[in-house]
Ligand binder design. Structure first.
Ligand code: PGA
Length: 226
């Protein structure tokens, strides 16, 4: 089972060193596939019993792209997993053209891509979630072998209000008609709901934000997985 943590804009290099040390100890004796999407300023060599991934990158090796992170910088740390399309990046202005360019670049480099999709509340309430998700996936090669899709309803992210199990089941069933890629759910996953979520038929794991920020809390969540 894949349990991926998105630390977002949390942790300094120093605090992440401690996080990594503790998580490494736990993961040495665990069968879970754990990845932590760490802030770039805290990247460390990928030598732990869990993998470090990048929350963001720019589709370039290097160059005149002020403030961006190029492939060369990921390679230095052996980072080969990246998030694309997280709603918090889309809200900052990453449009479909940029997401497509990121996808193509990452595919070309054989990176493990976690491509995030999810509807906002307005779309959910209008009953158009499936069409919306299909549109978000347009231009994405859904047969790419290192692709994972994360379904993360925007209204469930960071709100403490996860989607209900029936809705997640229905959406993952729908995504399964589009791709054979592993499917994750994200959006207020925590210790008390993770087992029910992981039992959903097409659910191949979870993308965890808030409940992963404190290493002890994250380890407890991992320990509780049945
Ligand atoms: P959350 O974040 O668990 O805090 O809702 C999930 C995510 O944004 O990936």
């Amino acid at each position: 089972m894949r349990i991926y943590a998105n630390l977002k804009c949390n942790h300094t290099r120093k605090s992440f060193e401690n996080y990594a040390k503790n998580l490494d100890k736990f993961c040495k004796n665990s069968n879970l596939e754990v990845k932590v999407f760490a802030p770039a300023s805290a990247f460390m060599e990928n030598k732990f019993s869990f993998k470090i991934g990048a929350q963001n990158f720019y589709p370039c090796e290097n160059g005149n792209f002020t403030g961006e992170i190029g492939f060369e910088m990921l390679k230095e740390f052996d980072i080969n997993s990246i998030l694309i399309g997280h709603s918090e990046r889309r809200i900052l202005g990453e449009d479909n053209d940029l997401l497509k360019a990121k996808f193509e670049f990452a595919k070309d480099k054989s990176l493990n891509i976690v491509f995030c999709v999810g509807e906002n509340l307005e779309i959910k309430n209008s009953g158009k979630t499936k069409e919306f998700l299909a549109a978000q996936l347009q231009g994405v090669d859904l047969s790419y072998e290192n692709l994972i899709i994360a379904y993360e309803p925007v209204w469930a992210i960071g709100t403490g209000k996860s989607a209900n199990l029936g809705d997640i089941d229905e959406i993952l069933d729908f995504l399964r008609t589009l791709t054979k890629a592993p499917l994750l759910y994200g959006g207020s996953v925590n210790e008390s709901n993770i087992n029910e979520i992981l039992k959903i038929k097409n659910c191949g794991g979870a993308l965890v934000g808030s409940a992963s920020y404190e290493v002890d809390g994250f380890i407890n969540l991992l320990k509780d997985i049945k």
